[in-house]
Design a protein around this ligand. Sequence first.
Ligand code: NAP
Ligand code: GCO
Length: 267
Amino acid sequence: MSFDMDSFRLDGRVAWITGGAYGIGFAIAEALAKAGAKIAFNCLSQGHLNTAIENYAAKGIEARGYICDVTDEGAVAALVQRIEAELGPVDILVNNAGIIRRIPMCDMSAEEYRKVVDIDLVAPFICAKAVLPGMIAREHGKIINICSMMSELGRETVSAYAAAKGGLKMLTRNICSEFGEHNIQCNGIGPGYIETPQTAPLRERQPDGSRHPFDQFIVSKTPAGRWGKVEDLMGPAVFLASDASNFVNGHVLYVDGGILAYIGKQP
Ligand code: NAP
Ligand code: GCO
């Protein structure tokens, strides 16, 4: 038995990254493209899609972008058919699209709570359901759910997000359980605190020019002593999308600079 580095290659594979217009999704799509995959992504905003197409092209990536709300089951089914017609069957699904609403729980309406859960937990179910039949027929598939540190920990004001991301960890394990026999691997990536538009409010400079208190808090709680960058997620994504991880299933790979392992520096 010999190990071949080509097991990390994705040549000839079709990858669909939800919410891949920028942020973590864009970086993961770029990484999968560099490993040889053909890229499809979707988002909500035509403006973001147009900019993303330009940004992918600037990196030599001919990504196909589609407007599609991941919570809309009919639209998702139609999108998968369109991707398959234009690029081929989806080999790799990255459930990346997500939102957060930072609201104290007692101030949060059930409608606001449901919207976060709809996008962060129900939509990964909808998108996985749309691609699983083809993966089963081909006896091969990779699903990567973008979980979070909040799949393990809570904090004030993120009740809906933490509940959704905790559920997404268990959906990951359940897809593994139900479809592993079809050579389908479903794993999660759990980013720590990453510099993207979603966390920009937590890093804003204060009026006096000082760093945001939360920024200072996260840096002190992270052994790496820094926020994560989207580039930190690229290698783990290629690994979980490739044949190199064919015996890894139901796992959440935390890419967090060690924050989950660390009790914090003694004051
Ligand atoms: P982001 O910068 O806010 O980007 C979110 C992406 O999702 C955008 O492309 C957005 O498209 C798309 N999207 C949102 N709702 C959608 C919907 N209903 N249908 C289709 N697309 C939708 O987020 P990010 O920081 O890159 O995070 C990406 C994922 O990583 C999320 O699941 C997030 O929870 C998770 N995560 C982030 C961090 C972090 O520190 N940043 C850490 C752990 C986990 P539009 O722009 O068109 O709305
Ligand atoms: C927050 C942050 C986090 C990160 C990420 C951490 O408000 O606490 O947005 O939730 O987005 O999920 O892993």
